[in-house]
Design a protein around this ligand. Structure first.
Ligand code: BDP
Length: 683
């Protein structure tokens, strides 16, 4: 469980084993930099574990078969075999893997224009071997689609993790950075293996101790972490407290236009870069949920972000500024204010005012990581500002790693969403890759789901979300099915039954979770605070701006221009028209965009109330049929420890899904008095 998808089980098939051994007994490279050394170490370990023999490492080939690692254009051997046209196809940090079959020599080239690319190539090669692919005629050119592929940790220095469901922080303990770096090295390996190239190690809510991470007290230790990540091509970033100049006792203001504040951050940047020459930059949650920010001084987000950007600019650093800004002190009686509009309202007017080393980080939906939301209109809505999406791998609202909820299909829907900007087809993934607006920086970020649990993610199957995020950040065109297939084969086995069963479970799990939780995009029917389990009115009369507005007649929030909050106007004209009209609005988002009576007939002919009852019964049945029964069928085919662990989680899921079903169904039955047509038990 600990090794996740880097298991490297011994190859059982004799023929395959022979063919692998033939080509993999030697690694040749004349490079000795830390990243290439990591690539060599990965290959050595992986090959040894799969083949039982350790490859030799040498500068020049000895013998007639080997794996050759090198930089394109700088290695005679490689340059002789790789055509110019092939070289052109390899982008920065991409790689080519090619089997060369000559009369006297047969070898495999893993080459790139950068060292990181070599490391990614090495991991890809091992991945294909784990999936038992033929390497006798290997040919692959693969490039990262997104320049930034970042993981955000919400780790606090006391070791706790905000919204963490897999134990404590692997970085921090008792307000210090941990001593044992082995686990962090293993984490860096996992990140690099899926192509992640940036890590923010601390929570966006930067509390007192964490504010000090950018001081001498901690920078030496932070530099130690940065070194581990650097060896695997991962750049380290820190979340900072916007009010640091005050909190650290140096100034009485954090006004971004105050010269003393500007100088303070310039000096701070210089100090950080003395310790960490390739420091990535700052992630900032400002003026959001009571965090300090430029609003205090009557300044806007561009003023705030640009001031930090100027400080980091001489060193090549970036500012990642979050757009999760909304009124968290709303009056529930106020039906005009719509939280969904907040990010766009706050940031669209500033489009074009940010320095080019500022990147805005936008949650995938306009609210907050619910099980179903439309895509944030700010993505692509910003025409002249670098931006990245923020996904949440940690399952705050999607079952907290007790429920199985595989998020790759959800992220795929977001990435494939057609924004219709300018009346043309423009998908979110094209915007994020930077190819549409030609942004200087772009890509993806996501909140990590790992902790120090032995299996990293609490629920072992939640490792698939971590893996899937990395793979999608590398290549958003990969299908959910192919990512799932890879993960299952590497994590469990290549046996057909195992692959089919676990893939099925993963691929249906989001839909199952959605069925027994909140209906048709409405969201938020959770217990306040910890956000686990059903509580239909938990947030209904509260200040957070998250209302479903259910009464005896109907439910939903009218967000149309015609008669509602006008949120739909934030989209391109074509998308707006789709959402605006109840007949064209995708049904899974019906209650997000429209207020609907319970008797409203869905396209299937079922009424809304009956749909709510049906899906809630179905969801629970599917936990039994599609998850538990399927998993039980794998007894004896996967390791007992994993088998029992997952079964235990699934049984918890079953219990808790029943709670969801009964609370939701009962709530609506009591609100409406309308009976279930099938007379099932509702309380
Ligand atoms: C909310 C979480 C909260 C985070 C916040 C954020 O409940 O813990 O601090 O998002 O993203 O979903 O800043």
């Amino acid at each position: 469980m600990y090794r996740c998808w880097l298991r490297y089980d011994k190859i059982k098939n004799k023929e395959l084993m022979d063919s692998y051994i033939r080509l993999c007994s030697q690694i040749v490279t004349d490079m000795y930099t830390p990243i290439v050394n990591s690539a060599k170490a990965e290959l050595t370990n992986g090959l040894f574990s799969m083949l039982g023999t350790k490859p030799n490492i040498s500068k020049t080939p000895r013998g007639s078969s080997f794996i050759m690692l090198g930089i394109l254009g700088k290695n005679e051997y490689i340059d002789r075999e790789i055509l110019e046209s092939e070289k052109e196809k390899v982008c920065k940090d991409g790689y080519i893997i090619k089997t060369i079959d000559k009369e006297k020599e047969r070898f495999i080239i893993i080459a790139s224009k950068t060292e990181k690319g070599i490391l990614y190539g090495a991991f890809a090669f091992l991945r294909f071997m784990q999936m038992q692919r033929d390497i006798d005629n290997f040919y692959l050119i693969d490039n990262p689609h997104n320049p930034l592929r970042i993981i955000n940790h919400w780790d606090n220095m006391d070791g706790s993790i905000e919204r963490g469901y897999a134990g404590k922080s692997i970085f921090f303990e008792k307000n210090k950075i941990v001593n044992n770096m082995d686990r962090i090295t293993d984490y860096a390996r996992l990140l690099a293996s899926v192509g992640i190239n940036g890590v923010v190690i601390n929570n966006v809510n930067v509390h007192q101790t964490e504010t000090r991470l950018i001081t001498k007290e901690y920078l030496k230790d932070v530099a130690g972490l940065a070194e581990i990540f650097r060896n695997y091509g991962v750049t380290l970033y820190l979340s900072i407290n916007y009010a640091s100049p005050i909190e650290l006792g140096d100034l009485d203001t954090a006004d971004p236009l105050d010269e003393r504040v500007k100088q303070w951050w310039k000096d701070k940047a210089e100090e950080i870069y003395e310790y960490i020459p390739d420091f990535g930059g700052f992630l900032v949650k400002a003026d959001s949920e009571f965090r300090p920010g430029p609003f205090t001084y009557g300044r806007n987000h561009a003023d705030g972000a640009n001031m930090l950007a100027e400080a980091l600019e001489p060193f090549g650093g970036i500012v990642i500024w979050r757009c999760f800004v909304y009124n968290c002190l709303q009056d529930w009686r106020d039906t005009k204010t719509d939280r969904a509009k907040a990010a766009y309202d706050n940031f669209k007017p500033l489009d074009g005012l940010f320095h080019d080393n500022v990147i805005l980080q936008i949650k995938n939906g306009p609210m907050d990581f619910q099980v179903r939301e439309p895509v944030s209109p700010l993505i692509g809505g910003l025409e002249n500002t670098n931006h990245v999406v923020e996904f949440q791998i940690t399952q705050e609202y999607t079952g907290q790693q007790i429920h199985l909820c595989y998020l790759v299909p959800m992220w795929k829907e977001v990435l494939d969403f057609d924004t219709r900007i300018g009346g043309k087809s423009v998908t979110v993934k094209e915007i994020l890759s930077g190819s549409f607006y030609k942004n200087k920086y772009s890509g993806m970020a996501a909140v990590a789901n790992i902790g120090n649990d032995a299996n990293w993610t609490g629920h072992q199957l939640a490792q698939a979300n971590f893996y899937g995020y990395g793979r999608l950040a590398w290549n958003p065109d990969l299908s959910s099915e192919s990512i799932t297939d890879e993960w299952v084969r590497m994590t469990f086995s290549n046996e057909k039954d195992v692959v089919d069963t676990i893939s099925h479970m993963l691929l249906v799990s989001w839909s199952i979770y959605e069925k027994y939780t909140t209906p048709l995009g409405i969201g938020w029917m959770v217990n306040p605070g910890h956000h686990y389990g059903p509580n239909v009115d938990g947030y209904e009369y509260d200040k957070w701006g998250t209302y479903h507005r259910a009464d005896i007649h109907g439910i939903g929030v009218d967000r149309t221009v015609k008669s509602g909050t006008g949120y739909t106007a934030q989209y391109s004209k074509e998308v707006m028209e789709i959402y605006e009209d109840i007949n064209t609005c995708p049904e899974e988002l019906l209650l997000f965009f429209h207020r609907v009576p319970y008797s409203y007939k869905l396209k299937s002919g079922t009424t809304l109330i009956q749909h709510i009852y049906n899906t809630h019964f179905e969801g629970v049945e599917q936990v039994e049929e599609d998850l538990i029964k399927k998993w039980q069928g794998l007894k004896g085919k996967i390791e007992e420890e994993s088998f029992n662990h997952v079964l235990e989680r699934l049984n918890m899921q079953l219990e808790h899904s029943k709670e969801w079903r009964d609370v939701i169904n009962t709530y609506f039955y009591r609100k409406t008095g309308i009976k279930d047509q099938l007379n099932r038990k509702i309380y």
